[in-house]
Structures are given as C-alpha cells and as structure tokens.
Design a protein around this ligand. Sequence first.
Ligand code: HAM
Length: 426
Amino acid sequence: MAKIKFQTPSGMHDVLPQDQIYFQKIYKTIEKTFDFYGFEKIDTPILENADLFSRSVGVNTDIVEKEMYILRTKEGKDALALRPEGTAPIMRAYLEHGLNTYPQPIKLWYHGPFFRHERPQAGRYRQFWQYGFEVLGDKESVVDAQTILIAFNILNDLGINNISIRINSIGDENCRGEYRKALVKFLKSKKNSLCRDCLRRSKTNPLRVLDCKNEKCREILNEAPQIIDYLCDDCKTHLKSVLEYLEELKIPFTLDPFLVRGLDYYTRTVFEIEVPFGEEGEGGVLAGGGRYDILSKVLGKTNVPSCGAAAGIERIVSVMRARKLEGVYASLPKVFISQIGPLAKKKGLVIFEELRKAGIKATELFSKDSLKAQLSKANRLNINTVIIIGQKEALKDMVIIRDMETGKQSEVSIKEMVKEVKTRLK
Ligand code: HAM
C-alpha cells in the first residue's frame, strides 16, 4: 500500500502541549473574570442551521458569502454550517429556551472552536478558537462600556500591554438608512477610482466599503460622509454616554469613524481591541464586539437589546509567546516511585494510588525494570524523595525512602509511608 503522509487540513492546526500552557492561562483568566462579572457558561453545538448565520451575520458578508463550511445531512434536507461565530447561536439558544422569561439581562460566556474558510495567513485560520461573552436583554449604554472594559481587562490580566481600543457607533434602524444613502451617493461619485471589491460592496453592503485596506481607496474614503454626523438623537446620546463611562474608568480609546465590523447584526456601539504587529507577525485585532439590538428580530422574535464581544485565542497566544509572557505550567511531581521485580511493581502501583489519594504529586517509570533508568528519570525531574521497593521490601510490606541529595535511606512500612513522605516534603 502506498505511504500517505497525513497533515492537518490547510488553515487548521494542532494545539500542542507547548501551546496549551497559554491556552490554559487564558482559560483560567477568563473563568475568573466572567465569574466576577456574574456571567454563566454556555456551550452550543458546533453545527447549526446554515440559515441562522445567513440571516444574522448577513448574506452579503464575507463570512456567509465565502467562508462558511456547509454540509448536507444524510437525508439531504438540512444545510448545516460549522459555526463561524458564537453570537447568533447564543441568541438562538436564548430564544429557543425562553431565557427572556427570566430576570434580565442574561449574561453568558463561552469558548471553543470556530470555522471560517479564509485564506490562511498569520493570525488567520480556518479553525480557530475564540472566547466570548454576551449580555442579552439590556439596552443601557453602561453595558456597552462594561463589555469593552471586560474585553480590555482580560488582555491586561494576561500581561498584554500596548493595547488600543477603537470605537464607533453605526447607528440603528432609524438613522443608518439615511447614512447608507449618503454613502452610496458618495461611492457612486467615486466609482472610477475605487477597487473592484469596493465597487461590488457599494452595491451589496456599502458600509463594508469603509473597511477597505487598499491605499488608494483609503485616501478616497477619508472624504466619505461619516456616520457620526448622521446618528439620530438616541444613538448620539447612547454613544456619548458609553464614552463618558469609559473616560470615568480611565480606559484609553479612540473614535474610529471607519470601523464597521464584518457582521451585519450590529447596531450602535462597535469596537475592536488591537496591539501593534510584532516581528513574528503576531498582533493585530485580538478582540471585537458591539451591540446587536436587532439580531433577535432578524431571527423572527421581538427585540432583545444585547451587547457582547469575542477574542481570538490563537492571536492572543502568539502575542503572549512573542512577548515572553507567562503561561500555566504543570506542577512538578515531588516523589518518584521505583520498583525492582514483579511483586514490587504490583506494590508500587498501589503506593502510587495512596499518594494520589493523599494529594501528593508522584511519578514513576513502571514500564522499565532497570533501577538505573528509573533513578536517572528521578534525577532528570529533580525529584529528591524517591521510594524504592525491591522484592525483599515488597514481601515485608515495607519501602525504602531515599533522599537523593544526601543519599540517606530509611525503611518504613507501607502503612506509615504517606505520613513519612508528608513530613519529608514539609
Ligand atoms: P469577529 O471580529 O468576527 O467577531 O471575531 C472575534 C475575534 O476572533 C477577532 O477579533 C479575531 O481575534 C478572532 N478571529 C476571527 N477570525 C479569525 C480567524 N480566521 N483566525 C483566527 N482568529 C480569528 C465575532 O465573531 C463576533 N461574534 C463577536 C461578538 C460577540 N460580537 C458581539 N458579541
């Protein structure tokens, strides 16, 4: 049979133990943070009805247009999508389980894998990990400010500095129409100078044109009408109040009139948190979010004003690694169990369990019979307390405890072993 070399699919990657130390640090930090701010954890399926995303994220967004992994069920009736993001599924779960009947707001957090068929490059994967949080059923501007604060605090607690926050308001159903009209008029007047992508978007999703990275387009777009000038009074007051809260909290931010985000469900506040790109290509936008008051209506229910954010775990990990920030390292074993002979191996297994029950982290090399190999592992791990059981000790239900530094050895009964080890480890 021909030899096949299997690799992870393009744009997907293994999270190896050397990455896990950062993933674990992030999980520990978010768990503590969300607990403090009164969020509860939710998990939704990896697969959702594809229509959930086309309706909520929007048919004319990159995510739905180009990036969704869709599969048909065996019966061929349902089109299911590997979730590209977490907000729409959480709103689906909120509505499906009648969470609107509980005292509001409902605060939920999550983490897990997400899928977007993007062109793989640094910081852009086809399967990536996000953590996120959503406050459902609250229209107050203080929620927007706290969402930004929490997203900022987590990065800060991970030791990431040099963070910048960009904020914009993209209005609501009342005022965005007027702005869209003005923008389309402007884009039409510049149609001979804009790139092909912008021309296409000015017809399908004009606000997304503001996000174009092409330098020539950027120059032209600097002259474009700005949404801030078109906000209705309610949206203006909301934005002003969000910014005032942030000022009070001394959270640094800049207003970015071009920030629109790549998902259609947003209303009013949108924001992104980024760090400058580093030498290894790490950095860029680490987290983003905003308010989405009309998402539930798009899904066929009454308005559930909500706000939330999500962050890309790989992007955070690459910043942590490049900046040599701390991860969570596994605790080292304190005791090594070595055995010589079949009966000693049996006793060794039992002793290992005794230590586990006593909460003493131990390790062993049961698969090797040579004492030399076993002791050299204990040495490599820098373990000072070694338990040695030979055939003679095993027959007497005794063990030898050896202090590796002094070379001193003493014999104790298996019954007394845990007590003796505890005293030595003190
Ligand atoms: P998003 O901006 O699409 O928002 O994604 C959030 C974060 O996920 C990004 O800032 C980025 O760090 C990371 N990310 C996105 N795509 C990729 C990728 N292909 N590879 C690696 N990392 C990626 C959302 O998903 C919204 N659901 C956020 C939200 C929650 N809005 C309200 N609530």
